[in-house]
Ligand binder design. Structure first.
Ligand code: ZN
Length: 250
């Protein structure tokens, strides 16, 4: 099976559109969406509509999706995220709201090899940064390949049968291929579509091929100036606008 992996889209219509167009050439069988479709960005209804139109997509909620529909956790957001989530809540069409409310919480088993979650299998709000967090998540995972999001940072970890976990840092820039042999468990974050936080502004996504035993991490440039203009027009916080796009946008 070839799985297209999308996470942390964050209502960024231009980034989501660019990723879906690029991914159309990759012949994926299914799409896995690891949550945070909304929050921060200016087009929550439109991004939800794009995801809903994907054939055979398996979607779980993220913490922003949960809070946006009135679930617990707004208190844990910083002021910018809280302002954005309140704005987001006011934009929802009844249809979008009902669909988001019905999203399942991870972890969800995809097949005999693959499991998906937003933060970690034991806690959808947990941030998986570094090998100690990865070891904890590996303990609570149920499948050989765990796909996660939430940190907005592309990261891969390999866990040996004895529990030792190492970070796999691919040489060179995306797209890069990771062969998924030689480890008892893999924990993979392909990065964020709508708001990457790892120094590369381009939209991140992945393709997991369980037959070939590879995961490919991709990056695609998009029209970030338009995203920023939409955020400004919506009155979203300046700090969130500054996180979008290349440094040359100021
Ligand atoms: Zn997120």
């Amino acid at each position: 099976m070839r799985y297209l992996i999308l996470s942390d889209l964050h209502a960024n219509l231009e980034a989501t559109t660019a990723v879906i167009e690029t991914a159309a050439t990759l012949a994926a069988d299914r799409t896995l969406v690891l949550g945070d479709l909304v929050g921060y960005g200016p087009n929550p209804n439109e991004v939800v509509d794009l995801v809903r139109a994907l054939p055979d997509a398996l979607v779980i909620r993220g913490n922003h999706d949960r809070v946006a529909v009135g679930g617990a956790g707004e208190y844990a957001f910083n002021a910018h995220a809280r302002d954005a989530i309140r704005w987001t809540r006011a934009q929802f069409s009844p249809d979008t709201l009902a669909w988001l409310e019905a999203l399942p919480q991870g972890p969800v088993t995809v097949d005999e090899d693959v499991e998906i979650c937003h933060g970690a299998p034991h806690d959808e709000d947990a941030y998986l940064f570094g090998v100690a967090d990865a070891a904890l998540a590996a303990d609570s995972a149920h499948r050989r390949i765990l796909l996660f999001g939430h940190t907005h940072v592309t990261a891969l970890y390999a866990a040996a049968a004895d529990g030792e976990v190492r970070a796999v840092n691919p040489a060179g820039s995306a797209p890069f291929d990771i062969p998924l042999g030689g480890a008892a468990r893999w924990l993979i974050n392909v990065g964020s579509v709508g708001q990457p936080r790892d120094g590369d502004w381009r939209a991140a996504f992945g393709l997991l091929d369980t037959t070939a035993g590879t995961c490919t991490c991709h990056r695609v440039a998009y029209d970030a100036a338009t995203t920023r203009a939409r955020m400004r027009a919506a009155g979203l916080p300046a700090l969130l606008i500054a996180r979008i796009g290349p440094a040359s946008l100021g």
